[in-house]
Design a protein around this ligand. Structure first.
Ligand code: GLY
Length: 468
């Protein structure tokens, strides 16, 4: 089968690798020459991925049988609509349904109108006067988000990014000047997790849960970024996420799909729920209309045994056979190598010398993102996330250690969060939720016992499967 992959980041490289493992042919349309995609693609073209006309012309000329859209911007620009109009089955919703990501206001309003659960309190002022009125009434602490697309970087959280509601008012009004609404939401206390699903006419099929690390610096400090790395657990839950909590999040996903359908907006693509697990269960932070980056890299690494091309083709054409949903029972950790200063003032242009075969020989995968080839074994960092190293193992902290060991094969000036998936970090997150749920109870250390590695995902679960 011949696929168009649209986009040139690490997420798209991971999609391309999963298609290549299924012996599909991959052609790529992207604004950059991703060295990893260049290696596996039959051919590629430099194009603005939001330029629907050129993308369709390339897809037609290449006689692709289906397309998969990686990033959000082409979805918001209607590239999926144009591909479908050209009779190219596409993984990615039409522009009107992609508003579930491209307009946080549309999303909250849709979910409220259809009584979808897990919504925090929210308002979406459209004028400076409405901002003042909303902030006079809205209980602290709260979060201010641009309604439109910001690559995860425009969210201001009380306590982390601002202190006084007045400061939030100035920020909210500056966002209005950019021509969109803002969304003000109750700040939720808990642990974030991502649950993605393949969505098509025949159903909504969940993937393993993932925890993303959005802040630039260790200990969850520094600026919000697109995500510095992420981990997933071998039973497809998370140390702090029980199967009941995951099932509740899945229910919210399916209710959202039903809400879109009820409004005449069918959906064929990936739906990504960003959730906060609170003492009162999961709440929805946002939906995205695509694979997460880095979360998609974790999950796609686990997709090896099934036929990914057939799965994506099924999503694009409306019918998925459930036997195609085959994610291995392994833990994964992704850590991104990024330019120094990333998240704030990235300093691009640094050269990384990378012995990819030596890294792969240690069982760690190299996934290429915002880098360009700079000679044998060398890449030049851009302004965004450069290289994703993916470790896998039975336990999360072992996968994290594998990535750390692989760093011996990388030279150059880069930043990276070493704390992703370490025992200390996992224990801190476990303790955080335990304190929220039972503030007066004695600490209960994260149990070290484990389910057998080959336990079926449905019967494993919860914190006792963590440390392997
Ligand atoms: N990792 C966050 C996102 O993909 O939006």
């Amino acid at each position: 089968m011949r696929f168009l992959v649209l986009g040139g980041g690490a997420r798209e490289h991971a999609i391309g690798l999963a298609l290549a493992r299924a012996e599909a042919e991959v052609v790529v349309a992207s604004s950059n020459a991703n060295p990893g995609l260049e290696r596996i693609a039959q051919t590629s073209v430099r194009v603005d991925p939001t330029d629907a006309e050129r993308v369709v012309a390339f897809a037609r000329a290449q006689k692709v049988e289906a397309a998969v859209i990686g990033p959000e911007a082409p979805l918001a620009a209607g590239v999926a609509d144009a591909l479908r109009a050209a009779e190219i089955p596409t993984v990615g919703p039409d522009r009107s349904a992609a508003r579930i990501e491209s307009s946080k206001w549309f999303c909250r309003d849709l979910l409220d109108r259809h009584d979808v659960g897990g919504q925090p309190k929210w308002v979406a002022p459209a004028t400076p006067e409405e901002v003042d009125r909303a902030l006079a009434r809205f209980p602290s602490p709260f979060v201010v988000k641009p309604a439109g697309l910001t690559a995860g970087k425009g969210v201001w959280v009380q306590g982390a990014d601002f202190t006084e509601p007045k400061e939030a008012g100035v920020y909210a009004k500056s966002l209005l000047l950019q021509g969109d609404r803002v969304v003000i939401e109750q700040k939720l206390e808990g642990e974030e997790f991502s649950l993605m699903a393949f969505v098509t006419d025949s159903g909504t099929y969940p993937m393993p849960a993932v925890q993303d690390f959005k802040r630039a610096l260790e200990g969850d400090h520094g600026a919000n970024t697109g995500g510095m790395g992420a981990y997933s657990q071998r039973d497809h839950l998370l140390p702090f996420l029980s199967s009941a909590d995951r099932d509740r999040a899945y229910e919210i996903l399916t209710q959202a799909v039903a809400a879109l359908r009820a409004d005449g907006l069918p959906y064929r693509g990936i739906l990504y729920g960003g959730f906060m697990l609170t003492a009162g269960g999961p709440y929805l932070l946002e939906f995205n209309a695509r694979f997460g980056d880095p979360e998609g890299i974790n999950v796609l690494t686990l997709y090896e045994e099934g036929d990914f091309a057939e799965l994506l083709y099924g999503v694009a054409t409306g019918r998925v056979e459930p036997n195609l949903l085959q994610f291995r029972l392994r833990s994964t950790v992704v850590k991104y190598l990024v330019p120094p200063g990333y998240g704030d003032k990235p300093r691009p242009g640094g050269i990384l010398t990378l012995d990819a075969p030596a890294i792969e020989a240690t069982g760690v995968h190299v996934v290429y993102g915002s880098v360009e080839a700079a000679g044998p074994g060398k890449v030049r960092l851009g302004t965004s996330r450069g290289i994703a190293l993916v470790g896998e193992a039975s336990a999360i902290h072992e996968a994290s250690s594998r990535v750390e060991a692989a760093l011996a094969h990388v030279q150059g000036d880069y930043a990276l969060r070493h704390d992703i998936g370490t025992k200390a970090d996992l224990e801190a997150r476990w303790e955080h939720l335990r304190r929220l749920r039972a503030p007066t109870a004695k600490p209960s250390p994260l149990p070290l016992s484990v389910a057998p590695p080959d336990a079926p995902a449905s019967s494993a679960g919860g914190p006792d499967t963590l440390l392997g």
